[in-house]
Design a protein around this ligand. Structure first.
Ligand code: HEC
Length: 344
């Protein structure tokens, strides 16, 4: 009996000793309260030895985009910079309120390097450890920088300037572009240095549907057209409808689109502007996209029914040109529209 106990004791000691000397030299063997000296903190996506060698989280599918994340289609390369400069246009209309908001953003994010007047004399770059101040915005190097390049540089950063894409929303970055241009001394309608009415027809640019062609207030700043043409365009504004939230033209709209097509065939010197607008509900960029794709759908319909693409052009303005207040249901319904304007 005594021997039996002794045997069990020896076996227990041996198994403990051999357990701690496994063949894997990396294995810690038996540990007494491992959590006391080994942290269980795991980096995201790190291979996790404590949990069966799996991953602590699944990686997103390749090329997938987080919800609400905005894809900026230009690469951080010299070519991307040039294309952004040539193609990007500021979607935010410049108003005194926008300039005021941009000034506040500038004072938080930019002033310490670029200085209050954009002369490149912020307090950080004055430090003797800083390699060299940024050029003044109105210097020969920067004064003619296209707005797309300004946006691109704020998005990705440039040289010693870091990217601001994660701190400042896209909308606010475009507001900053207006502010940088103001500091460059560019004439902007929002600061009173440029007329709000480019074609001088008495209809201000932000509501002028033909801002570069003098027109009449009765035609939203577009030139007067034959009464029958004006009537067809009015019918089209009311009669062209889309499936909710999509750019699919409803079948009931085809009759009026055929009339629009006939007008364009009858008056070959007319150019039709198809302007898409939304109310201000929902995401700013999505509205911009939807208004553009609806205007494009109308343009595609007309060009696939015999209208030359030189005679029709489509534009999306999102929620930037409201006709009525967005605070009421009626106002929002007025603001959701596709306009048909003739220029010649
Ligand atoms: C850490 C300092 C720093 C901050 C903060 C900073 N910048 Fe810059 N910025 C620079 C420097 C340095 C350059 C010159 C980069 C170069 O050409 O190498 C520059 C260049 C620029 C340019 C010219 C870009 C080009 O394409 O040549 C613009 C426009 C600009 N900054 C705007 C801004 C705005 C707007 C902000 C605030 C959102 C800002 N910067 C914040 C340091 C800064």
């Amino acid at each position: 009996m005594k021997n039996q106990y002794l045997f069990i004791l020896v076996m227990l000691i041996c198994s403990t000793v051999f357990q701690s000397c496994k063949s894997d030299p990396q294995s810690p063997g038996v540990e007494y309260m491992p959590d006391m000296y080994r942290t269980d903190a795991i980096e995201t996506y790190q291979e996790d030895s404590l949990r069966n060698g799996g991953f602590s989280a699944l990686k997103p599918v390749k090329n997938s985009i987080p919800r609400g994340f905005d894809v900026y289609p230009y690469d951080n390369t010299a070519e991307g910079y040039e294309s952004a400069g040539a193609e990007l246009r500021n979607p935010i209309p410049c108003t005194p309120v926008v300039i005021e908001e941009a000034q506040l953003l500038y004072s938080k994010f930019c002033v310490h390097c670029h200085g209050g007047a954009g002369e490149g004399d912020g307090m950080v770059v004055k430090s003797k450890n800083w390699p060299g101040p940024p050029p003044a915005y109105n210097s020969a190097q920067l004064k003619d920088l296209p707005e797309g390049k300004i946006f691109h540089s704020i998005h990705y950063g440039k040289g010693m300037m870091g990217s601001h894409a994660s701190q400042i929303s896209k909308e606010d970055r475009w507001k900053l572009v207006h502010y940088v241009q103001k500091l460059q001394g560019k004439e902007k309608p929002c600061d009173g240095t440029k007329s709000n009415d480019s074609d001088g027809d008495g209809v201000e640019d932000n509501i002028d549907q033909c801002p570069e062609t003098p027109g009449s207030p009765d035609y939203f700043g577009c030139p007067e057209v034959e009464a029958e043409v004006a009537q067809v365009m009015e019918e089209a504004i009311k009669g062209v409808n889309f499936a909710t939230g999509s750019s699919k033209i409803k079948k009931s709209s085809y009759d009026v689109l055929v009339k629009v097509k006939e007008v364009l065939l009858k008056y070959p010197n007319y150019v039709l502007l198809v302007n898409g607008h939304t109310d201000n509900k929902g995401d700013f960029d999505k509205n911009m996209e939807l208004s553009k794709s609806r205007a494009n759908a109308v343009m595609d319909y007309l060009t696939s029914h015999g209208i030359n693409s030189d005679h029709v052009s489509a534009h999306g303005y999102g929620s930037t040109k409201p006709l009525a207040s967005n605070d009421s249901k009626d106002g929002r319904a007025k603001n959701r529209r596709v306009e048909f304007r003739i220029v010649y």
